[in-house]
Write a protein that binds this ligand. Structure first.
Ligand SMILES: Nc1nc2c([nH]c(=O)n2[C@H]2C[C@H](O)[C@@H](COP(=O)(O)OP(=O)(O)OP(=O)(O)O)O2)c(=O)[nH]1
Ligand SMILES: [Mg+2]
Length: 315
């Protein structure tokens, strides 16, 4: 059977305070009936994704989009069709959304999204909605007081909300101590902390997840994490991206986008190849390697979640 290819535009509409997202329930008599979804629908002939999104949100919710940004694109095989979910984040709209087609519509706090039943293709979209656009990777800092100062600065002044504790020069005991300090700082500010190391680190420090080096990623055959924790990984090519998706990583970094002083011998990926890799990733991807916050907008435009960086945040 040749599967139908369906292109769908959908919206993650974010509340003004950034804490909630609007969900709609699919009527019981349609495909995936009774499940929750991000409002939207199929592209009509000759429509772009954004044009379809504007029309669908008007038809389904009675709102007019003022500002939207690409969030993530997911290719998913259902038994009867190949679907491309082209998801946009809507930050600004006019009108009060209501279920114009009689469907239930509800504002849902970000951390309650996981309790709602969605179609199978939606899991990576939930991740993308919950993740920020910036991922701070900590630089080396032997001095404890200086470390705390630098991390606090990034959290308070740059507003960083996702941190990976990378500290190759510390032995395990010192790393764990550092992790407890970093975790306290992050959680005070509502930021999440990923530990760079073995999944078993989470048995000692109750951080939010584990970030795998690409070697560790390739040596893992399954996602071995407690419920509710996040798994991210460093990737550099399609093989690693595919493996990350197979074992169920929640998100990844993909590097090096540019040549960097720390790895001058490694060939950069560049935006063109980066965009093609991201399109196939099927999960949120942070661009890494010579990135600054000024690159975040372009990174989003080519499909990434945003940027990851040491240097731009570690001052
Ligand atoms: N809108 C939306 N559709 C989703 C999501 N996840 C997911 O798998 N889908 C699937 C379900 C459907 O097969 C397809 C969307 O089609 P749809 O039925 O909403 O299309 P439409 O609004 O144009 O409705 P129709 O006029 O064709 O009936 O995408 C999601 O989060 N939002
Ligand atoms: Mg629809």
């Amino acid at each position: 059977m040749v599967k139908r290819r369906v292109h769908v535009a959908a919206a993650a509409i974010i509340s003004a305070d950034g804490r909630e997202v609007l969900l709609a329930r699919r009527p019981s008599n349609v495909d995936h009936g009774g499940l929750w979804e991000f409002p939207g629908g199929k592209l009509a002939p000759y429509e772009t994704g954004l044009e379809a999104l504007k029309r669908e949100l008007h038809e389904e919710l009675g709102v007019e989009i003022r500002r939207a940004q690409p969030l993530i694109r997911i290719h998913h095989e259902y038994s009867d069709k190949h679907i491309l979910l082209d998801v946009w984040q809507v930050h600004d709209f006019a009108g009060e959304p209501f279920g114009r087609e009689g469907q239930a519509v509800r504002w849902v706090p970000m951390d309650e999204l996981v309790n709602y039943p969605f179609p199978a293709a939606n899991l990576p979209i939930l991740r993308a909605v919950m993740l920020p656009t910036e991922y701070l990777i900590t630089g080396e800092e032997a001095n404890e007081a200086r470390f705390i100062e630098r991390l606090a600065r990034a959290l308070d002044e740059d507003g960083v909300r996702l941190v990976q504790l990378r500290a190759k020069s510390l032995d395990e005991a010192d790393y764990l101590k550092r992790a407890e300090q970093a975790l306290a700082l992050c959680h005070e500010r509502g930021a999440r902390l990923m530990l760079n190391g073995e999944p078993s680190l989470l048995e000692v420090v109750a951080a939010d997840g584990i970030h795998l080096t690409s070697d560790r990623l390739m040596s893992l055959e399954r996602r071995a994490l407690p419920e509710g924790k996040w798994l991210s990984a460093s990737t550099h090519d399609l093989r690693q991206l595919d493996h990350a998706r197979r074992i169920g990583c929640d998100f990844v970094t993909l590097s090096p986008l540019r040549t960097t002083p720390s790895h001058p011998e490694v060939a950069p990926i560049g935006w063109h190849d980066f965009q093609q890799l991201v399109e196939r990733a099927g999960m949120p991807v942070f661009a890494l390697g010579g990135m600054t916050r000024f690159d975040a907008h372009h990174a989003r435009a080519v499909g990434a979640q945003g940027i990851a960086s040491i240097r731009d945040f570690w001052k």
